[in-house]
Design a protein around this ligand. Sequence first.
Ligand code: ZN
Length: 356
Amino acid sequence: MYTKDGESYFIVDAHVALWDARRENQRNVHGEQFIDCFYDYHRNLSPESELWGHEEFLYAGGERLMKDLFTDGYVDHAIFQPAYLGEFYKTGFGQTEEAFALSQAHPDKLTYNHNFDPRNGEAGLDQLRADAERFGLQGVKLYTAEWHGDSRGWSMRDPWTYRYLEVCREVGIKNIHIHKGPTIRPLDRDAFDVADIDSCASDFTDLNFIVEHVGLPRLEDFCWIATQEPNVHGGLAVAMPFIHSRPRYFTQIIGELLYWIGEDRIQFSSDYSIWTPRWLVERFVDFQIPEDMTEYAPLTLAQKKKILGLNAASMYGLEVPEHLRLPEDLADSGETATGPREPAAGDRDSLVGAGR
Ligand SMILES: [Zn+2]
């Protein structure tokens, strides 16, 4: 929970990882390229006070994760969204056993999502059923640019992917998180293209598709797709730190998202441990649309509370203490828009009038 100026916020960090990219676990040069690219994102987009050394960045470990998220980071609940990357790392990148053990030790604080790869065919379908049962899965994180033998990626439209989504439906996995957007060396940018979300979202209207990283740099593609598909949501991992390094770019991202898909389908995340949640939560609560960017309506308190935690809490059925919920008069009616939304008329005038 975070409190500022008499307002308290329930915080869900909807995209965190516990990875091991240490040299002993790197399978080949691509393991090194991948983590070095993550480290460049970290270095280029973080405030100086939040920088980690390269060694500690390779592996944070469970103890530090608990401290950074829950002791220091205001987070009430966090969701593991692991990447496998078995071609680059010996035991994989995301550490399944360690993360799952932490989630079991702190079920009130952590949810473990797993992953699948439709290129594993029939055997992978059985594995998915077994994983769903063992981990009690509510969600998966998918990585369409992952390498697999000679293949450099797969699509959400593939017939095999549909068979996996049918199994998700069958075993009660409702939340399909997909990395769409930022490319990472040596993966292919186009294998992360957001366009394939359009068909699976239409064909599986009973599943939620959370597009992590909101499709960046293809934000416009994402917005035009998501506005037509009420079961498509946007995850702010990687978008968040621009609040520091490129505040006007961040304004554009959050402004476009609110305009096109609205305040109920956007989820905060730090993308730990590329970034830590503490400063991101503080900055976002303090954030406001600059006065001269008049095409975007100012962010309201209710919008910030929804984005920082209430949206993800509702998707994952998390218990939110009563005093952290929105009062009835602040609560949106919750209808899902299927077209561009008008900025709330008069919002800016009333804020200006209040001496902003
Ligand atoms: Zn991702």
